[in-house]
Design a binder for this molecule. Structure first.
Ligand code: COS
Length: 390
């Protein structure tokens, strides 16, 4: 029997298929990649295997999407199952897929037919690499404080701007082919004065450099030195950029939770295998109650995190109210849980888990950043608390 709290048989079968693809086809490509650089063969494989097409089923939004949400353009549950399943076998593939999604979803959600036609087929094929550029040196958690200036372009056709300023901690920068960039147009304060633009990576005046971060994928800064953009590059409407960003994060936050659940499941499976085999004090480790209770706690919290993620994704797909808070809860709980589970799995393995190249050494590095990006745990609590008083 399938209950509302379980994946259905097709979803389970698809998850298994994805894991097999990740282990057999994507892991070798990930292993051949250069740390800190975009792995283009990996992104291309995500296209060739049809995984990006599953993420963006139409490659474009339904008619009218530029005025409002396009709920069937991206299925949150599909996004979550993709991310969880890939993460169990190959976090690099997971992240490459997620960044294509995060960078290009604003085009599906708020882009014009021309913008979608220009970029989505390339993104879906894995030929164009996308990125989401919101954070700045002085605007991380407080996204509405962003300062990148979009000033009317006196030399332009009359409907253009020039972008001047800096973005930082941008995944896939400076190598992406197209960026969703949030800039300040006009004098309106805070979130009201923000506009989203689509900026090609080879735009005049745009440069960047990589940052040496705890991350296998590239993260960098972008410097905008009078980068020209026109009315046709606006995503949505001028002044509507903050909503574009927040609605994108509403979709992606549960899926960050799904990434975390995938890592937690991988760590738990490793810990179960190890404690079943490793002998100490006259028997397998699992026979020690301190060990078995630890495994039980890890399994219980992972299951709870998965259920919260699936519930938030299902609510998103059903168009239910209160999505911002449910999204925030899923991300908060799952990322904090994964940190706990991976750390506990390391402890159960002892020194061998810290050897460079061990699965848990890899997961221990990978599990930290999701508690910070797309809104730190503290930001998620702020969003949840705000909803309580709405
Ligand atoms: N969907 C649609 N609109 C939303 C929204 C959402 N989920 N959340 C906020 N908005 C709208 C609000 O309705 C409000 O609109 P009005 O001015 O018309 O009333 C506007 O956006 C501002 O909202 P709010 O006052 O809540 O904004 P704050 O400046 O208080 O910021 C947080 C809210 C903290 C939630 C936001 O800054 C944030 O998400 N920070 C983290 C940023 C982040 O995740 N960065 C990671 C980058 S990607 S790695």
């Amino acid at each position: 029997m399938v209950t509302p709290f379980a994946l259905d048989p097709q979803q389970r079968a698809w998850s298994e298929e994805l894991r097999a693809l990740a282990a057999e086809r994507l892991r070798p490509l990930a292993a051949a990649g250069e740390p800190g650089r975009v792995n283009r063969p990996l992104v291309a494989a995500l296209g060739e295997l049809g995984l990006l097409a599953r993420l963006f089923p139409a490659g474009r939004a339904p008619a009218g999407a530029s005025e409002g949400p396009a709920p069937d353009a991206v299925r949150a549950m599909d996004l979550c199952l993709l991310r969880e399943s890939l993460a169990r076998e190959c976090t690099e593939a997971e992240t490459a897929l997620a960044l294509q999604g995060l960078g290009a979803y604003p085009v599906v959600q708020s882009g014009s037919a021309r913008q979608r036609a220009r970029w989505m087929p390339e993104v879906v094929a894995g030929r164009a690499v996308a990125a989401f550029a919101l954070s700045e040196p002085a605007a991380g958690s407080d996204a509405a404080a962003l300062e990148l200036r979009a000033e009317p372009d006196p030399g332009g056709a009359g409907d253009g701007w020039r972008l001047t300023g800096e973005k930082t901690w941008i995944s896939n920068a400076p190598e992406a082919d197209v960026y969703t960039v949030f800039a300040r147009t006009g004098q309106a304060p805070g979130s009201r004065g923000v506009t989203a633009f689509l900026v090609p990576g080879d735009s005049a005046g745009l440069s960047g450099r990589g940052l040496d971060m705890l991350s296998p994928h590239p993260i960098g800064t972008l410097t905008f030195d009078g980068v020209p953009v026109g009315a046709g590059d606006v995503l949505g409407v001028p002044g509507g950029g903050f909503r574009v960003a927040m609605r994108t994060l509403d979709l992606f936050r549960p899926s960050v939770g799904a990434f975390a659940v995938g890592m937690a499941r991988a760590a738990l499976a490793a810990a179960v295998a190890h404690t079943g085999e490793r002998r100490a004090f006259g028997g397998p480790l699992k026979d020690l109650q301190a060990v078995s209770h630890q495994l039980a706690e890890m399994a219980t919290r992972t299951e709870a995190a998965a259920l919260l993620v699936y519930a938030a994704a299902a609510a998103y797909d059903a168009g239910e109210p209160g999505i911002a808070a449910r999204s925030a809860m899923a991300k908060l709980f799952a990322t904090e849980t994964a940190q706990y589970v991976v750390d506990a799995a390391v402890q159960l393995h002892g020194a061998r888990a810290l050897r460079r190249g061990h699965l848990l050494e890899h997961l221990y590095r990978e599990v930290r950043a999701p508690r910070i990006y797309e809104g730190a745990s503290e930001v998620q609590r702020t969003i949840i608390a705000k909803e309580l008083y709405r």
